[in-house]
Write a protein that binds this ligand. Sequence first.
Ligand code: FEO
Length: 394
Amino acid sequence: MRPVEIAEDVHWVGALDPQLRIFDIIMKADHGTTYNSYLLTAGDKIAVVDTVKAPFYEEFLENVRSLVDPRDISYVVVNHTEPDHSGSLARFLEDAPNARVVCDRNCRNFVRNILNRDVDPILVQDGDALDLGKGFVLRFIHAPFLHWPDTMFTYAEKRGVLFTCDFLGAHYCDDRLFDDLVDDHSRAFEYYYLVIFRPFKKYVLEALDKIHDLDLRVVAPSHGPILRSDPRAYMEKYRQWSTRPEPGGKKNLLVFYASAYGNTALLAEKIAEGARAEGAGVAVMDVTATELGLMIDRIEAADGIAVGSATINGDAVEPVWYLLSHLATLDLKGKVGAAFGSYGWSGEAPKLIAERLKGLKFKVTEEPFRVNLVPTEEDLREATELGRRLARSL
Ligand code: FEO
């Protein structure tokens, strides 16, 4: 795709990757992605902000060349060193031999290890400015752990454009490029936050505070749509998702289940009933029908969880493992965990779930609760009692 001007003398010169379906091994990318790089020609000196993933270098270089001679470029700003943004840096420094790398101190080591040589970068600190001439100044904003130690934002003051790299980005490929032109990308935007930034909420809030008072006309991340319709609305979403609920309310228990014939679901309802009777706030969720992000959000805010699964082929079912495999980045210490489930003949699932909960640092004090096939009245009473005990232990 050819360059696109996103503000006066500020061009997108990146690359589209519409075929991508898995990013970084673990992350779904149902709509592909983009590697957004930006060329700034508003001053006397020319700068590039971030490059692209290595296989897309030629496309990126062609975009740059269509606007300037790369030998006239003075600076390459590296907001973040992950190779989807720096994978082309080595080649680009050969084609743009007069460009100096601009990055923060943490980034320097990463750059060195990616290029396997030092590049004598201009090291910038929080608040430093780089004057490109004609009153066009870049201001650097230290924004560590979003999501590597090296991350920073670059703010083109005169244009009100903030380059945020991964922050406020999304894996969403659409050549219309701007958020007001592409289809609704809110699910991709939220998913990106959940996978990349959820573990770094404290840093998200710090960064949002830092950029709060800027004149923000455009937020230009390095993946997905450029946010120009209402950048602050996207920032507000990050703020909401990163803000923990006020303490002091009811204790909360979440009861998750995956049920083949309704028996494990019935146990879930009885556990919930018991916990409610003890005054806990309780929500029951079918893991096969609930958004992963919602479940994770709720777990983070809850005081305890009970997880139920049918046993199939000697194991808990895949949707339960899928949920449990996404909890490692949460602070779970002190939360109560319990496992339950109805089974046909072997019934391993509750025990396996309990072990996993312990491994995740849940406080697991109850024996895994197992019921053979259809729960009896006695089983249901026991499930209710389990719910009561769990509520009291929150
Ligand atoms: Fe898009 Fe953390 O790289």
